[in-house]
Design a protein around this ligand. Structure first.
Ligand code: SF4
Length: 91
């Protein structure tokens, strides 16, 4: 099993997050474990810290499911954001 690392100091809201009561592995499913991703996202879907969690994951380039998104989905979101900003400069 790969040891996942948290790349930044943990913010206070993490101490109250519902995922805290679950094994860390739940949020780091293997690449093709679609059921695992769905389970993690289901937990995130009702989390009151979802937006902050997503921001944290983007800012710290985290792996796994954070803020109901996968690492791949966050990369797509960032790509769209860059494209929007570039279009804003041209317009
Ligand atoms: S959004 Fe998901 S990963 Fe983030 S704090 Fe909430 S339950 Fe945990």
């Amino acid at each position: 099993m790969t040891i996942r690392r948290i790349t930044a100091a943990r913010p206070a809201w993490m101490l109250e997050a519902p995922c805290r009561a679950l094994p860390t592995e739940v949020f780091f499913p293997s690449n093709r474990d679609h059921h695992g991703y769905a389970m993690a996202k289901a937990v995130c879907s009702t989390c009151p810290f979802k937006s902050r969690c997503l921001r944290y994951a983007i800012d710290n380039r985290e792996e796994g499911v954070w803020g109901a998104t996968t690492e791949y989905e966050r990369k797509l979101m960032q790509g769209k954001g860059k494209k929007s900003r570039l279009q804003g400069r041209v317009a």
